[in-house]
Design a protein around this ligand. Structure first.
Ligand code: NDP
Ligand code: MG
Length: 388
């Protein structure tokens, strides 16, 4: 029986690499559902190649085009975000890969967990926004959440066979992004073109900007807190520009286990698909003979203020990480349209954190309200800044 995988966000960076993994193992995996937001041509081509049971285009304006292009194939075609929530629950689905970007991933992920579908989680925003709710629901439903994010996959792999052993510390590695060595003065004038040029990874635009500001690493700290049930004080970030060590775990005897590999997202995607097994992969290998140098630095939370804002949000708890996520999504969008500067993004996020309504024990409806309110505030702040 082939594992039936629903890929939410199949046209993106993670989605297309997941399809490469499926192509490597056609005897093991099948794409049951493919979904996109706008890139309808890409979705059509994927559907023709992988012949899923169902495709969903979130943007309903593109439905007709998709439906007509696939009319000769026995593929169900749906549109809209409610359809995403429905298809993840279908009885044939074994696993849901959440590879869509941003807050929009939360609702379908919750639906998939409730339907007892194993989650391969790339969409870290889900755990940033509502980590408490998501992990409680997963526990209550006995639904595994397997990490796809390379750092968390590394930690997860270090923890295999260590179930009874206490973790002292999780050490997340960070590449430092394209501006690792920039001064504050230089950071003040960096452009989106520079920010979109990541040294080690080719990813979607949003996470590439988050990597440049180090908000991505802040989000990964929050993600690790929920995936591995550790305290924020047990999660450390170390800058490791080569991105060869993907992350580490330190145990109570002081031993540190690390997972190394090429910076290639197909590896953690495949591990999430095949866990607890390892399958052969034809992807490139590390070559230690080629004089590899591994270096480490402390992250600078003054130059990369978003990292400290994320730590602060995690410390405050409640809906604060949800506020940070919403403000950040608004800021990244504005930065990509040249409506806010690189450093201006942190200002807007910090001010949104001060203004938005704090909720100590949020439920799902609180998160929805918080996301809307924080977006409104961040947009207002951007507007003022823009005019001023
Ligand atoms: P991309 O921007 O490349 O792809 C996003 C995918 O989600 C696309 O298929 C897009 O459709 C779809 N999508 C976007 N918005 C919506 C929406 N509102 N409703 C439904 N579908 C939507 O992103 P990445 O692949 O880079 O990242 C995906 C997730 O994985 C993010 O949460 C990111 O943080 C995480 N991640 C990514 C890594 C990477 O290497 N790329 C590494 C670790 C984590 P369309 O193409 O039509 O716009
Ligand atoms: Mg990562």
């Amino acid at each position: 029986m082939k594992k039936q995988i629903a890929i939410l966000g199949s046209t993106g960076s993670i989605g297309t690499q997941a399809l490469q993994v499926i192509k490597e193992h056609p005897d093991q995996y099948e794409a049951y559902a493919l979904t996109a937001n706008n890139r309808v041509e890409d979705l059509i081509n994927q559907a023709r190649e992988f012949k899923p049971e169902v495709v969903v285009i979130a943007n309903e304006d593109k439905y007709r085009q998709l439906k007509e292009a696939l009319a000769d194939l026995p593929i169900k075609v749906y549109a809209g975000s409610d359809a995403l929530c429905q298809i993840v629950q279908e009885s044939e689905v074994d696993m849901v890969l959440t590879a869509m970007v941003g807050y929009a991933g939360l609702r379908p992920t919750l639906k998939a967990i409730q339907a007892h579908k194993t989650i391969a989680l790339a969409n870290k925003e889900t755990l940033v926004v509502a980590g408490d709710l998501v992990s409680r629901l997963a526990l209550a439903n006995g639904t595994p959440i397997l990490p796809v994010d390379s750092e968390h996959s590394a930690v997860f792999q270090c923890l295999v066979g260590e179930a009874d052993n206490a973790v002292e510390k999780i050490i997340l590695t960070a590449s430092g992004g394209p501006f690792r060595t920039y001064s504050i003065k230089q950071l003040a004038t960096v452009t989106k073109e520079q920010a979109l040029h990541h040294p080690n990874w080719h990813m979607g635009a949003k996470i590439t900007i988050d990597s440049a500001t180090m908000m991505n690493k802040g989000f990964e700290v929050i993600e690790a807190r929920w995936l591995f049930g550790v305290e924020p004080s047990q999660i450390e970030v170390v800058v490791h520009p080569q991105s060869v060590i993907h992350s580490m775990v330190q145990f109570t005897d002081g031993v540190v286990k690390a997972q190394l590999g090429m910076p290639d997202m197909r590896i953690p995607i495949q591990y999430a698909f095949s866990y607890p097994d390892r399958l052969h992969a034809s992807f490139p290998r590390l070559d230690f003979a080629r004089c590899m140098e591994l270096t480490f630095e402390q992250p600078d939370q003054t130059r990369f203020r978003n990292l400290s804002l994320a730590y602060e949000a995690l410390r405050q708890g409640g809906n604060m990480p949800c506020i940070v996520n919403a403000a950040n999504e608004v800021c990244v969008h504005a930065f990509l349209e040249d409506r806010v500067s690189f450093l201006g993004m942190s200002d807007i996020i910090a001010r949104t954190m001060q203004r938005a309504t704090f909720v100590t024990h949020p439920d799902y409806e609180d998160y929805v309200r918080t996301d809307t309110e924080a977006r409104r505030i961040a947009n207002e702040l951007l507007g003022t800044k823009h005019k001023g």
